[in-house]
Each structure stands twice: as C-alpha cells, then as structure tokens.
Design a protein around this ligand. Sequence first.
Ligand SMILES: Cc1cc2nc3c(=O)[nH]c(=O)nc-3n(C[C@H](O)[C@H](O)[C@H](O)COP(=O)(O)OP(=O)(O)OC[C@H]3O[C@@H](n4cnc5c(N)ncnc54)[C@H](O)[C@@H]3O)c2cc1C
Length: 501
Amino acid sequence: MAAKALLDRGQAVTMLDGGLELDAERRQVVSALAKQEPDAWDPALTARLRGPLDRPELKPSFGSDFPYVRGLDAGLDERGTRCLASLAKGGLSNVWGAAVLPTPREDFDAWPLTADELAPHYKAAGETLRIAAVRDGLEKLFPFYSEPRPPARPTLQAQALLRHLDARAQNLTASGVSYGRARLAVDAEGCRDAGLCLSGCPYGSIWNSAQEVETLRKRPGFQYKGGLRVRRVQSTPGGVRVSARALAGGAPADFEGARAFLACGPLATARLALVSMGLFGRELTLRFQPYFLLPAAMRSNVPGAAAERAMTLAQIFLELRDPAVSSRLVHLQIYTRNEYIADRLSRAARWAGPLAPLVERAFSGRLLAIQGYLHSDEAQGASLRAQADGDDGRLILEARPDAELRRRVRAVASALARRSSDLGFRPLTPLLRVGAPGEGNHVGGIFPMRRSPGELETDALGTLPGLPRVHLVDSSVLPSLSSATFTYTAMANAHRIGSRA
Ligand SMILES: Cc1cc2nc3c(=O)[nH]c(=O)nc-3n(C[C@H](O)[C@H](O)[C@H](O)COP(=O)(O)OP(=O)(O)OC[C@H]3O[C@@H](n4cnc5c(N)ncnc54)[C@H](O)[C@@H]3O)c2cc1C
C-alpha cells in the first residue's frame, strides 16, 4: 500500500523482497486444478495440496511451508512466544484467513491520529482488498470506508446460525453482543465453493499481496527485486542506503534512494531497524492480540452440512462487549465445517469403534470453531531485544506466563456459555486452547507512533529519531492492536505514510 501511494504521487519505487515462492511441482498442480471445475478434480491431486491438518498454528499453503521462516532462521530466539516471519513473495498473506475489519473508533485512543484521518486510506486499502461483506449489524461498530463487494454464500450451518441470531437479535443487543457476516478479502464472485480455502485456493480467490505485486509491476516507475534479504538500512546525507544479500549464494547488493519504507512484517522490521542502529540489549515490548480457539456445538445438527462443499473461511463475526470480561470489544470469528474440523471430529470419533460413523454423522453438522481475539492491552506483552550475532543480529523474545490473561479468556468462554440460548451454540470449554503469545502473527506495536516520540518510538510517519528518512510502515508502529483484525489497519496506515512521507 505504501508503494502504491508513492507511485500515485509519481515517485519511482524499487521493492526489495525475500520473494520465495511455491515450488514448481506444486505450482503445476495448482494451475492444473485452476483450469477445471472442482467436480472434475482428481482427489489424488487435491490430496497432494493438503498439508498436515494437525498443526493449525503453522497452516501450510498448498501443502508447502514456503511462507514461513521460523526460529533462528528468522533471527528469532523465542522464549515462551510462538511468532512467525516470512521471506515469501506475498509474505503471510499466502496463508492468512482474509478476515478484515477496521479498528473501531474507540480504539484510536492511544494513536497520534484519528479514525477520520485514516478514513481515505482505509478506502484505498479496502478497494485493494475488494472486501466482500454485507451491510448489517456490525456497521455501527465498523463503518465501511469502501463500497462492499458481494459476499460469498454462507454455509448451511452459518445460514441456520444467522437465522437463530436474527430471531434473538434484541436479547443479544441487550447483552452486549453484535454480530454479522464475516468481512473477507475474497473475490466471492470468482469463488467456486471448492472448500479448500484453508489449504490454498487454486482459483486465487483469496486476496494475496503477491497478486498485488504483479499488478504494481505493470506500472511505470516500479521495479521488483525478489530473492534478496535486506540486512541494513542507513540514513545518508539526503538519502538512504540499503544493504542486502541474495538469498541464494549470498552475493551482496546495495541500493540508494531518497527514502526507505520497511514492511518486512513486524519482527523482521524490528530486527532490521535495531541492528541498523546498533541498538543491542535495549528492551522493548512486543504487543500481541491474545488469541484462543474455542470449539462449540450448535443446538442441533444441520442436515446436509457434512456433504456440503462451500467457502470455508470465517462465516460470522461476533463482537462481545462485557465489562466483566474486558474493557474493550472481544472479537470472535465463527468457522463452520471445514477440513480441520472434519479431521478433528473423525479422530475424536475413533473412540466409538464401530459406532464412529454414527458419532461423526451426529456432530458433523453441529460443530463450530471460534477463533477469539482480545485487545493487545489485555496482555502483558512480550519483551523484545536485539542481540549482536553475525551480520544480521537476532531478536530475543521472552513472554512470561500470564495467569490473568488465561482467566480473562476463560471468562469469555463463560460469557458465551451464559448467552448460549441466544447465541444458538454452546462453547465446549474443556477443549478451549489459549494461543501462545504471538501465535497467528497478530503482533506489532514495537515502535508505537506518538505525537512526541521517545528514542524508540516513531512519529506519525513511522520514522525513528535514529533513522531519518526510513519509514516503518507495517504493524510494528501501530500504537495498539484492536481485537478486531488489524492487517487492514496496517495497510491503511502504510498507504497514509506513503501518501504523506
Ligand atoms: C495463519 C494466519 C492467518 C492470518 N489471518 C489473518 C486474518 O484473517 N486477518 C488479518 O488481518 N490478519 C491475519 N493474519 C496476519 C497477517 O497475515 C499479517 O498481519 C500480514 O501478513 C502482515 O503483512 P506484512 O506484509 O507486514 O508482513 P508479512 O506478511 O510477514 O510479509 C513480509 C514481507 O517482507 C519480506 N521480507 C521480510 N524480511 C525481509 C528482508 N529482510 N529483506 C527483504 N524482504 C523481507 C517478505 O518476503 C514478505 O514479502 C494471519 C496470519 C497467519 C499466519
């Protein structure tokens, strides 16, 4: 989004990127499937594109882990966190869930700018993401900044649940629950209900920033250089110097420009900034959205759900306002039957021996998965510091056990259980899983933008005092992470900085 805004201003942009891509063999399978309708797909081919279903915290893309660099390869020494980084073209948008909401107005309290100042940039980012959505009860909390595109068809389970929620709308409002259809960066008109959303869409219907890079490449003034790892940025008199190395072979490559914009994902951006400034050992805070996964059961089995082929990204968003649980909104994304839920159910049903198929049938149209997020203020945050280590340095991330946070998450599950007759599902609280700090990569806020920034804070254009003309434009500069998804906000902010820097 920063590159787009700069090109719109007539500036030339050179994008330096890790640029790793899916291997050629899998790419061939994807393009073979994309040429056919899902009904004609060879099950052996689709099976090859499905990765392991038992590690949702590291969801593969078309069966491959190419989007991820982890641990010491990513320069991360993790102690109690579970963070991710990427050197892929398109980064983690190769695996993201495409759920998009703007930050609610009330959560701009720690920001050096208002929601209105970000509005035109939300519009630009929304038009880029082509957000598929419905104007519904969520609009009061989350206005539309760009015209919504037609949504995907809700699954049978989602339709049943929405009917129930509509029937109980008054009670739900009175008890602090807002709900609506999930807002997704998905081309719903191109969606063919293949049901492979969580493994990778062969039709490319889920927005991926790699597609956007290809669009930018057609614009005059834009150059893309993949296969590079940027290791240092320096401010020079009147400009910047960027030092990189080829991922293959390690040949050095230096670039000069008027300004640099860092969007490596919050952790890689932090490492690059701290190592470039030689700031080792200084402790900063990594903010993250506390995350949990809560299975739930609908009141009755929805006929036909087990055999249905449908879009399997989030179906419904629920927003809970309950001061006994959190002073901020709690954001919940409801998923109906998908490949992960089906796999879990069939493994769980094995205890029933010969009756397993009956058990599966009884639950296949009832089970839901709820992904829940709290505002970053609800967690202590993890500590982050850079350590000198070879040329690139490393980041040490450390999170302490946070009993208060676990209590809060359990309180959310209880709050849902109390409202279960209005919600139309009952949480399966014994199966609640609280994510490790950083899980799902919902992290940032390392160098928060401030009106009067300190040494390790950024100004409203994402610049650190020690690195003039270098703008940090990813979630590393967000002053707080609202419980609602924040990639859309990070994109809008990058566009704002690219428009004004
Ligand atoms: C499984 C999963 C599901 C998610 N679902 C959602 C969701 O539904 N909604 C939502 O809002 N967010 C979601 N997220 C989070 C979202 O994916 C991230 O917020 C988003 O990808 C961040 O974008 P980014 O470009 O800042 O960083 P990244 O996606 O990490 O991309 C980093 C980019 O920088 C490049 N790069 C990194 N280091 C260097 C270097 N040193 N030199 C050169 N290039 C470099 C990489 O090649 C890549 O292009 C999800 C994340 C995961 C893992």
